[in-house]
Design a protein around this ligand. Structure first.
Ligand code: NAD
Length: 472
């Protein structure tokens, strides 16, 4: 039984009434109906959450205790997963199959990976006459987006707690209900009070207060590049550490000897996953001129298989865009791309149906790499196909945006693809469809971010180093 009528915040191990009187409505993007609400916190609520996190922070907390905390969270996740899956489907319109896999199972896999990283991590080492000690950073402010509500929280909160930190979490207003369900389950599992606190509210007020709070030691932000830059600027005033996971415009580079059918099929699927609302989506497909017509034909055939509709219909592959605002943003990009001279080969800007924020999977060919569609993140189901002349040209285009989050290279020769991949300025890259690895670090080059999530590097973001010089 879901509780979508949320009146309380989670502070110091209890569900408490907020000081702020406002509420934030949560809208189902498939029906356009309000399905619930969460509190709009006041600054005093953030102060209380940060104070609780500070009281709960013990820099000497044992690794065994941290492990116990993580195990409790994972157990809570496992129990709550069916409810959370359904809620994600409702609050942001993820098709059930995607909610089960790319949202919740992926989050659980990531959580287990973080536990295994903790189990294998050496917190201390000797360098000459020094003992290097890695200590938890302190109070972490975690600010997360709506596109993968559970996953984005897991990859921050679990490494932070594994490192021995305590956390104040502020999820996105569009999709907060799944996190309230997660915290319900964590509460039942019995995490020590103050280790995890949940506040909801407008980013420009509550998010900024967390970023600027003198008692927050580290801010971990995932969201848009514009807001990330603002968070970093605010955090700088109290000289705190900031990690940023931001936007992307990743290139799927198909080299001339690639298996074109596989590269197109996987590439289109990657771009349209979660309705294109995926920071790592390969939204630019770079195709050699010599194979361009064949690729366009394959793309047209593949796109027809992406049925758009009710997230709870098992046949649906693309649900609605998560919010009306996001739908209008996506439609604006499509309109402008047509005006910029790109050739529409599938979909278009028209809203589908009378109810729900639906946009058709859309593909543009002949996209100018320097146009808005070639440069800017849409965050919707829009693929830009760009022809290139030779490998040098492909590399120039792949590296020719301000982003560097993800990408792919396809070639009949893995060594050739790997050589190419080494020259792409991006945090991660899949070669010939290499699968996701939850132990591999993830993060951005250039304006896609600062810092890493997952793996050892993801844990180390929440640790600081102390050097103890021992007598010889
Ligand atoms: P957003 O930047 O609008 O919001 C992200 C979070 O920041 C939300 O919780 C929001 O309430 C809060 N926020 C808003 N204004 C704030 C402010 N002034 N100060 C502090 N916090 C503030 O992003 P979004 O629309 O929720 O998510 C979409 C964006 O996130 C896309 O650009 C996408 O690429 C990016 N993203 C990146 C990753 C990654 O790992 N690199 C993952 C998912 C999403």
């Amino acid at each position: 039984m879901h509780n979508y009528d949320r009146k309380n915040l989670y502070i110091d191990g209890k569900w408490v009434s907020p000081t702020g009187a406002g509420v934030i409505d949560v809208i189902d993007p498939a029906t356009e109906q309000v399905i619930g609400s969460v509190p709009s916190s006041a600054p005093e609520d953030v102060d209380a959450a940060v104070a609780a996190a500070r009281r709960a922070f013990d820099p000497l907390v044992t690794v065994a205790e941290r492990r116990d905390r993580l195990a409790k969270i994972i157990e809570a996740m496992e129990k709550a997963l069916p409810d959370i899956t359904e809620t994600i489907g409702r609050e942001m319109g993820a098709p059930l199959r995607i909610a089960q896999t790319a949202h919740t199972q992926l989050a659980l896999t990531a959580a287990r990976g973080i536990l295994s990283t903790l189990d294998n991590y050496q917190f201390e080492e000797r360098v000459g006459n020094s003992l290097l000690v890695r200590e938890p950073y302190g109070v972490v402010g975690a600010i997360t987006p709506w596109n993968y509500p559970l996953y984005q929280v897991v990859v921050k909160v679990l490494p932070a707690i594994a490192a021995g930190c305590t956390v104040v979490l502020k999820p996105a207003n569009e999709a907060p209900l799944s996190l309230f369900e997660l915290v319900d389950a964590i509460h039942e599992a019995g995490l020590p009070p103050g280790v995890l606190n949940l506040v909801s509210g407008p980013g420009a007020v509550i998010g900024e207060q967390i970023a600027g709070h003198p008692e927050v030691d580290l801010v971990s932000f995932t969201g848009s590049t514009t807001v990330g830059a603002r968070v970093a600027a605010i955090a700088a005033q109290t000289v705190k550490k900031v990690t940023l996971e931001l936007g992307g415009k990743s290139a799927n580079v198909i080299l001339d000897d690639a298996d074109l059918t596989a590269a197109v099929k996987v590439g289109v699927g990657n771009c349209f996953l979660n309705g294109g609302q995926t920071c790592v989506a390969w939204t630019r497909m770079l195709v050699p001129r010599s194979r361009y017509d064949d690729a366009l034909e394959l793309i047209r055939g593949t796109v027809t298989r992406y049925s758009v509709g009710d997230p709870f219909d098992p046949a649906t592959r693309i649900g609605p865009v998560a919010s009306e605002r996001q739908m209008e943003t996506v439609r604006g990009f499509i309109d402008r791309a047509e005006r910029d001279g790109a050739r529409l080969i599938a979909g278009g800007a028209d809203k589908i149906g009378d109810v729900g924020f639906y946009v058709a999977p859309t593909v543009f060919a002949d996209v100018d790499p320097d146009s808005e569609l070639g440069q800017e993140e849409v965050f919707g189901p829009v693929l830009a196909v760009i022809p290139y002349e030779d490998e040098q040209d492909a590399l120039r285009i792949a590296n020719g945006t301000r982003y560097g989050l993800s990408g792919a290279v396809w070639s009949g020769d893995v060594d050739r693809a790997t050589t190419f991949a080494r020259r792409v300025q991006t945090g991660q890259l899949d070669i010939n469809g290499g699968r996701h690895n939850p132990l591999a670090p993830f993060g951005g080059y250039k304006q896609s971010g600062v810092g890493r999530e997952l793996g050892r590097a993801g844990l180390e973001e929440y640790l600081q180093l102390k050097s103890l010089q021992l007598p010889e």
